[in-house]
Every structure is written in structure tokens, then in C-alpha cells.
Design a protein around this ligand. Structure first.
Ligand code: FES
Length: 157
């Protein structure tokens, strides 16, 4: 089955580090609130001296993570095996774009991660966008393509 996948292009993050971050996030959630937000992940990333992308990957490991929706449009990025085809780069692009939109008071979007979107083939990495106009699957998603999807889904361009 594995040979149906294209050659891997990226090194996945260290799983031990991600599990540690997942534990730190669970501890923080036990202290109050059960929903994961951008701000909460930023807070835990700072406390753990880690990168926000790593916290997003950690949050996506747990299928029971409750993601708080703050905007009509959400991008769901597979940060499981799709990491091996560059999903973290798309995630990074989304984090940067979201932050700059929020700072500028422009329409933004939510970011959600998951360990698998159950599509996987033939063109990883995968992301999905959800919004008032429905769901779109973004196969082989690069940083640039996800930015184009933001313009389409959020700005209606
Ligand atoms: S591993 Fe990424 S969609 Fe399944």
C-alpha cells in the first residue's frame, strides 16, 4: 500500500516532543476551559518555549480535542502522516496569515489540525476548508495554494 504514496519530501516532527506538548496542553486544559483556541495554543507554546506549529500538531493528535470556532471559515490541516509531504508549511502559512489579518482587523479564519482527514491519497498533504459555502478538499496543499484558498474562501476572490 505504501508504494501508492508519492516520495516523502519532509521530515516529520519528533513524536516524543509532540507527546510532551500534548501533555502540557492537557494539563493547561484541566486548569480551566475545555476548548482549544489560537490564543490558548500560543500561551502553551510560549510556556513550553516551543513553536506554535508544534502545539497545533500536538492538539491535532487527540481526536477528542474540542476546537473553539471563532470565524465562519476554518481550515483543517492534516498534521499526521501528511507532515511527510509538507503539511507543516501550509500550517505555518495559515498561522502567519491569520495573525496578520487579526492585527489588521481583516476577516480571518480558524485553524484546526487533525491526525488524518481520511483522504490521504493520491496527493498528500491534505487540508480541508469549511465555511458557509460548504466544504472543499485541498489536495497536495502548499503554502502558496493554501493562501490562494484563504483568498477564495475568506475574501470571496
Ligand atoms: S494522513 Fe493526511 S489525510 Fe490521512
Amino acid at each position: 500500500m505504501d508504494d501508492q504514496f508519492p516520495p516523502r519530501t519532509h521530515e516529520p516532527l519528533d513524536l516524543d516532543e509532540i507527546w510532551d506538548l500534548s501533555d502540557a496542553l492537557a494539563d493547561r486544559l484541566e486548569e480551566g476551559g475545555d476548548e482549544v483556541t489560537f490564543a490558548l495554543l500560543e500561551e502553551v507554546a510560549r510556556a513550553q518555549d516551543s513553536d506554535l506549529t508544534h502545539l497545533y500538531v500536538a492538539a491535532g493528535l487527540d481526536p477528542d480535542t474540542v476546537w473553539k470556532r471563532e470565524y465562519p471559515v476554518a481550515f483543517v490541516v492534516c498534521t499526521g502522516s501528511c507532515q511527510a509531504w509538507g503539511s507543516i508549511e501550509a500550517l505555518e502559512g495559515l498561522i502567519t496569515e491569520r495573525s496578520s489579518r487579526v492585527s489588521a482587523g481583516r476577516p480571518a479564519f480558524d485553524i484546526v489540525t487533525t491526525a488524518c482527514l481520511d483522504v490521504c491519497l493520491p496527493s498528500p498533504p491534505y487540508a480541508v476548508s469549511l465555511g458557509p459555502e460548504g466544504k472543499a478538499v485541498h489536495p497536495g496543499v502548499t503554502r502558496q495554494q493554501v493562501m490562494e484558498a484563504v483568498a477564495t474562501r475568506v475574501d470571496g476572490e
